[in-house]
Unconditional design. Structure first.
Lengths: 476, 99, 472
């Protein structure tokens, strides 16, 4: 009897990310674009869709949208707005002004820290909807609610929808993509991209296919992902769910599924008989956008150095691959300037990267001179690794001068013979342990290091002690 | 073009969120079919190679400055509303998520 | 009295605005019950506005070019704090929190708003019989329709209720009622007059325009309301045209083409008056010939697809959530269905469904896409025609005013009354209907002058000449 082997499945993921642009006013009117104001206080005839109102496009929103496109290496095209028609209480006009088959930005990509590239199909402009809160169901959920309340402050806020190619192959990569996208959006000043405030929202499309094949499987769309962590968990859940179905010979249904954070699973949303018919047609109240060459060049020239470029620069300066994990961390923490300056001042690249990534992350950075000094002291052997980390910790907590801090902590460079004397004393004072160590119990090296550390009040360099022990071994 | 059927009318009425009675369905189907039959000349017209005109004249890049202006007074806004609760527009329960 | 005369006298101080307004209110009181031109007469606020005009005159301030002129506004023009119903149950009692741009401009020019006029519901119709509040009657024969959808505005001017009125024209809704009521009606170049505050029917076709007792009055009104508006993205970046000074220039040397395709199948009454108009223009020095604009024959179908498609989307917002009528339901979906069933009349529902159908999956290209391409053809044919002619001449409506109820059973028959006016909307070109005598049935006939985009000056010149040729 032949054994049935289960197929090795590959996950194929595409992400749709909506980000709110950091403009002062909404996309089509001059109401304030602000989070957290009293409901329905930032509304006007236009964003309420009152009869007779008309939209007028916000220039700065277009500028920011172009920045997003260019930062993602898209081609910025002449574009038009379309109406996407559907009914929902958070929609003042019961159509959303968006872009359809002539969007602003097409055909770009971004590189993840690990060096892999994810394609960006498009990044188009559209207006945001209002916000509904549901009353009477459990936990504010729509299911079982008695009625709902609508606040239109958010209606009309400018959004860019960024659609990736289905190039993502793991939950980790998906999370990395979102983090990288966020970093780019913040770096270019297009959005503050905060998921907890709703200025960044993610929908995921995931399908499976047999590893090594090309055809795309049926995908499920996952909504209600409120954090990067949720994204990862939801994708992992979906892989398991879809695998089970496929291995049982069932089909994956093309549908929208809702991620339930508490239960840790997705569930099918109210099913629709057919794909929604949005009846897209060109928005007749607006005219096309055709950014001039000058405008485009100006936006391009104004782009700051992007995270990927910073990683390349830092890797080059430190003499390590740009895809090194510590490089990613240092750039992500905004410490690359510090590290590069330290390297410029003579610090060892790898050491500078490691110390910055591990000791300075999520903390206030010391100034360049101080950081470089600590690295130099460690590099010279005047500070052990442990001591260097302690000095950095002190610098970060309360500032100061590295030499002074080291002196205050009693970190003096020990003369080599002081250490040697301490080693000999430890050996002499513990003959039984020495015999066992010499007999082959290598673990006892730690015992002797401990003795030497105690005798020198922690100032000895562990590595040097171990080296001396071996030396004495050889001699005996 | 073919006649618009009763089912077609029911479908578009649903898309347009127009509640229609059975009797209206029949009547509208007949009337709309007549209009569409008359519009059949549209379908037969050869427009190969003719680009569409969305607007009678071509303006581009009509844009405004990103400067905060006056919003409506909330009381004015809510005074128009059929139902209000907590400074927000109140609606009956919503059965599905947004499409 | 004409608007020009009123403004002149009020500005000069030889007549008070209050006097003028009181007189018009009296006229209204005399016949409004019979005609139902208005959804709402604004007697008190009109008198208050008149007093303000008089105060300015007395204080030596400039009261504006339309000082004291009573104006009637179609009820789809937003007037702040004043009900703007579009003659629909859906918006019955709804008070906009803002003024349409044209309303602001009229007020600043010193005009006095005497009322909001009746119309076909949401501007959909050619007879004002689709009003949810009852039809308006033609002042010349109250058993007949005034035309539509700006029937109330046309009747108001014809009956002397107001010296000027504003209407909206999407497929002829200013010009056709103007013709049926014997007044001047103008559809300006698309984008010349701001649409901000006009409740939308079909966005790429709608235009606001004046109805008046004379070409000169209409010119003055257009000068006041036209010109770029930043609140409307489709507004042409031009100032208002200068027209008033040019009206006496005559038509010497102008080449005028009578549009052959629009003359076919019209009423003999209308045909006779059109021929007389052509002859008059020739006598006045124009060269008048037959012109051909073939695409206008498909224009009607294309229009009804485009207009209803845009309308189906523009009218989606009437859902009972934020303003207007709400009929409650168990859930939001039920509320939508019940509200829209109760709030809209049959014609509006028909057009919403037609438009939804034309945009729906599988039909977009055959209907909407095709209609947009036909629009290109119409523009091309007009361009070709204007290569040989400065202006085109055509009937405004294929018949004189028909009887109330004559066409209500057959929506298609009603749509066919728009055949002469629709091409200008499709092309975005200006057109004016000038009253040109009466048919044998004693009813007013209007003739239409069409011009290329931004050709208002030439168009008004010829219209004035046509008007002069009527003086017995």
């Amino acid at each position: 009897m032949t054994t049935v082997t289960t197929t090795s499945w590959e996950m194929v993921v595409g992400l749709e990310v909506h980000c709110e642009l950091a403009t002062a006013t909404k996309l089509f009117c001059s109401c304030r674009n602000a989070f957290g104001d009293e409901p329905n206080t930032n509304v006007c005839p236009v964003c309420l869709g009152l009869p007779g109102s008309l939209p007028v496009v916000n220039r700065h929103a277009v500028e920011l949208a172009m920045r997003v496109g260019l930062a993602l290496h898209c081609s910025v095209e002449p574009s038009i707005f379309h109406r996407k028609n559907y009914f929902y209480p958070d929609m003042p006009k019961d159509y959303q002004v968006s872009q359809y088959d002539e969007p602003l930005n097409v055909g770009g990509w971004l590189d993840l820290p690990d060096g892999s590239r994810v394609g960006v199909t498009r990044a188009h402009m559209e207006e945001d909807t209002g916000k509904t809160t549901h009353v009477g169901g459990g936990g504010g959920r729509i299911h079982g609610a008695d009625h709902s309340l609508v606040d239109y402050n958010r209606a009309g806020v400018p959004l860019v929808e960024i659609v990736s190619e289905p190039d993502i192959r793991s939950a980790e990569a998906a999370k990395a993509y979102v983090n990288e996208l966020r970093a780019i959006l913040v770096a270019i000043g297009a959005s503050d991209a905060r998921m907890e405030e709703g200025s960044l929202r993610i929908d995921a499309n995931i399908s499976l296919r047999p590893a090594g094949t090309d055809a795309l499987g049926t995908r499920a769309e996952i909504k209600n992902l409120n954090s990067v962590r949720s994204l990862g968990r939801a994708l992992e859940y979906e892989v398991r769910r879809q695998t089970l179905r496929l291995e049982a010979g069932e089909v994956v249904v093309q549908e929208t599924r809702h991620w339930n954070e508490d239960e840790g699973r997705t569930s099918s949303m109210r099913s629709k008989e057919e794909a929604y018919d949005y009846r897209y047609f060109p928005e007749p109240d607006l005219v096309p956008l055709a950014p001039s060459e000058e405008w485009l060049a100006g936006v391009r020239a104004g782009l700051p150095v992007l995270p990927a470029d910073r990683r390349v620069a830092l890797g080059g300066a430190a003499g390590v691959p740009a895809t090194d994990a510590s490089v990613a961390t240092v750039v992500q923490q905004g410490l690359d300037g510090l590290v590069a300056a330290a390297i410029e001042a003579g610090a060892d690249g790898r050491l500078a990267l490691n110390r910055a990534a591990n000791e300075l992350a999520h903390r206030t950075a010391p100034d360049v001179a101080a950081f470089t000094q600590v690295l130099r002291m460690e590099g010279d052997g005047r500070l052990t690794a442990t001591q260097a980390k302690a000095v950095l910790a002190e610098l970060v907590a309360s500032g100061g001068d590295p030499e002074a801090i080291a002196a205050a902590k009693g970190y003096e460079a020990l003369e080599g013979d002081v250490v040697a004397a301490a080693v000999d004393a430890a050996i002499a004072g513990n003959p039984g342990e020495w015999e066992r160590y010499a007999g082959g119990e290598a673990k006892l090296a730690g015992f002797f290091v401990g003795k030497v550390m105690a005798a020198t009040k922690g100032k000895a360099d562990g590595k040097a002690v171990t080296a001396l022990l071996r030396e004495r071994l050889g001699a005996s | 073009m073919s006649l618009i059927s009763r089912d077609d009318v029911a479908h578009v009425a649903r898309l347009a969120r127009l509640g229609v009675t059975e009797e209206e369905l029949d009547r509208f189907a007949e009337q709309l079919a007549a209009v569409l039959e008359h519009a059949a000349d549209l379908a037969t017209l050869d427009t190969a190679g003719v680009p569409p005109t969305a607007h009678p004249f071509s303006l581009v890049n009509v844009l405004r400055d990103d400067v905060v202006g006056r919003s409506l007074d909330r009381d004015e806004v809510l005074a128009m509303a059929p139902a209000v609760e907590d400074g927000r527009f109140r609606v009956p329960r919503i059965l599905g998520d947004a499409p | 009295m004409s608007a020009i005369e009123i403004a002149r006298d009020v500005r000069a101080g030889s007549r008070s605005a209050r006097d003028v307004v009181e007189e018009h209110l009296a006229t209204i009181a005399g016949r409004e019950a019979e005609l139902h031109a208005f959804n709402l007469v604004l007697a008190d606020s009109a008198l208050a506005q008149a007093d303000e005009v008089d105060r300015r005159v007395a204080a030596g301030e400039d009261p504006g070019p339309l000082a004291g002129v009573p104006v009637a506004l179609k009820d789809n023009l937003c007037t702040r704090g004043v009900p703007t119903t579009c003659s629909s149950r859906m918006l019955e009692g709804w008070r906009p929190p803002y003024d349409a741009t044209v309303v602001t401009r009229l007020r600043e020019a010193g005009a006095v708003v005497v009322g909001k006029t009746n119309m076909d519901e949401f501007a959909m119709g050619s007879s004002t019989e689709n009003s949810a509040f009852g039809p308006t009657r033609n002042p010349h024969d109250t058993s007949r329709v005034p035309g539509g959808s700006s029937g109330g505005s046309a009747a108001a001017v014809a009956a002397g209720f107001a010296a000027l009125a504003l209407g909206s024209d999407t497929g002829g809704s200013i010009r056709q009622p103007a013709a049926l009521c014997g007044v001047v009606g103008v559809k300006p170049t698309y984008g010349l007059v701001s649409r901000y505050g006009l409740v939308a029917f079909a966005s790429s076709l709608d235009q606001i325009g004046p109805l008046a007792g004379s070409v000169a009055d209409a010119a003055l009104a257009l000068e006041v309301i036209a010109g770029h508006d930043r609140a409307d993205s489709t507004s042409i970046p031009h100032a208002a045209p200068t027209l008033s000074g040019l009206l006496e220039r005559g038509v010497d040397g102008l080449r005028i083409g009578v549009v052959r395709e629009l003359v076919e199948g019209i009423d003999p009454d209308v045909g006779t008056r059109l021929s007389k108009a052509a002859a008059a223009l020739e006598a006045a020095g124009a060269k008048v010939d037959e012109a051909s604009v073939p695409a206008v024959t498909v224009g009607l179908s294309a229009y009804y697809v485009l207009a209803t498609a845009e309308a189906s989307s523009n009218l989606a917002r009437y859902d009972g959530v934020r303003y207007g009528l709400r009929v409650d339901g168990d859930d939001v979906g039920a509320m939508y269905g019940a509200t829209r069933a109760a709030g809209f009349g049959a014609e509006v529902k028909r057009r919403i469904m037609l438009g939804t159908y034309a945009l729906s999956a599988g039909y977009y290209d055959a209907y909407y896409g095709q209609a947009q391409r036909v629009r290109t053809l119409i523009l091309a044919d007009f361009e070709a025609a204007y290569g040989s002619y400065d202006l085109l001449l055509a009937p405004t409506a294929p018949t004189t005013a028909f009887a109330l109820g004559a066409k209500t059973a057959d929506p298609l028959a009603m749509y066919l009354s728009d055949v002469c006016t629709i091409p200008s909307n499709m092309a975005g070109h200006p057109a004016i209907s000038v009253p040109y005598g009466r048919g044998d049935d004693g009813l007013p006939v209007g003739v239409q002058l069409l011009a290329p985009a931004l050709g208002e000056a030439t168009m008004f010149r010829a219209a004035a000449a046509l008007e002069r040729s009527l003086v017995p």
